[in-house]
Design a protein around this ligand. Structure first.
Ligand code: BV8
Length: 239
């Protein structure tokens, strides 16, 4: 039984953005089936071949900014839940797109960063970024050349805002995991934190069982655009 005063923490992954036209990573034909993590998504890859890493993220930024890429019914349902649920709703997303913001969600943490922002590798300055990045560009804050990178957390780097995330997980009455394969840590371990420290109810809404499926109290499988609005309606019917 979920108390309506219970805080909700939602974890989202690439699966929630699939129906908006953005690729996932580990499904058939996913991003990691076309390019190796070691070649484009680690600090070592960027040091070794920055042009290749910039090309990889510039192409994904172009896809993300395509006029046809819009929030889908799942993103919109979560924004509706945040506006209505008395206990508060925090979305922690692994995604680097801006679809939750565009759907109207406000309490939102991008633990793996945001592709529509750049970061200076020297001074840490973060700026909006809607165009291609390259080694020929200089940081507008410190002036250093060739150190701008996507504001994205690569493998081997510490995800962002982990203190705030762990604090929210430790008092979550309900943890909803949506569209993630449960392969990447520390995100894949969040369900255990809620179960062991908050004694919260945990549910996975995914196309298929994730690697962490057995850790959840409950699961509903199907496309996010269908199962997420239906589950939000079920929650709001309790009010
Ligand atoms: C770190 C940004 C430590 C880049 C990404 C144990 C503990 C701690 C770390 C580790 C550990 N074991 C291993 C590690 C290291 C590593 C890791 O987890 N490796 C894995 C591969 C084993 N973790 C790290 O390196 C992390 N850092 O731990 O730092 C540290 C400590 C001290 C000091 C310094 C450092 C950092 C990880 C972040 C990497 N960056 N993203 C980018 O986007 O290019 S992660 C990468 O996977 C993706 O980008 C994505 O964000 C993330 C998760 O993927 P998913 O979102 O789950 O996507 P996936 O395709 O896998 O699954 C999609 C799911 O959706 C599927 O289940 C599918 O069925 C479903 N689906 C599809 N369509 C639909 C759908 N569901 C619903 N509806 C649909 N229509």
């Amino acid at each position: 039984m979920i108390k309506t005063a219970a805080p909700i923490v939602v974890l989202t992954g690439a699966g929630i953005s699939k129906e908006s036209g953005l690729d996932t990573f580990r499904d058939a034909g996913g991003i990691w089936s076309k390019v190796r993590i070691e070649d484009v998504a680690t600090p070592e890859a960027f040091a070794r071949d920055p042009d290749r890493v910039h090309a990889f993220y510039n192409a994904r930024r172009h896809s993300m900014l395509d006029a046809d890429v819009k929030p889908n019914a799942a993103h919109l349902a979560l924004a509706r839940l945040e506006k209505t649920w008395p206990g508060g709703v925090l979305i922690v997303t692994q995604n680097i797109d801006n679809l939750h913001e565009r759907a109207g969600s406000q309490a939102l943490i991008h633990m793996h960063g945001e592709l529509l922002k750049s970061r200076c590798g020297r001074c840490g300055d973060v700026q909006p970024c809607l165009d291609d990045l390259s080694v020929a560009m200089a940081c507008q804050a410190c002036g250093e050349l060739g150190v701008l990178r996507p504001h994205v957390v690569w493998f081997g780097e510490m995800p962002l805002h982990m203190d705030a995330i762990e604090e929210a997980l430790a008092c979550a009455g309900l943890f909803i995991s949506i569209g993630t394969s449960g392969n990447v840590y520390p995100a894949a371990g969040f369900v255990e934190i809620v179960r062991d420290y908050a004694n919260g109810h945990t549910i996975e809404l995914n196309l298929e069982p994730s690697a962490g499926a057995s850790a959840f109290n409950e699961a509903i499988y199907g496309e996010a655009g269908i199962v997420v609005p239906a589950y939000v309606d079920r929650l709001l019917d309790k009010l």
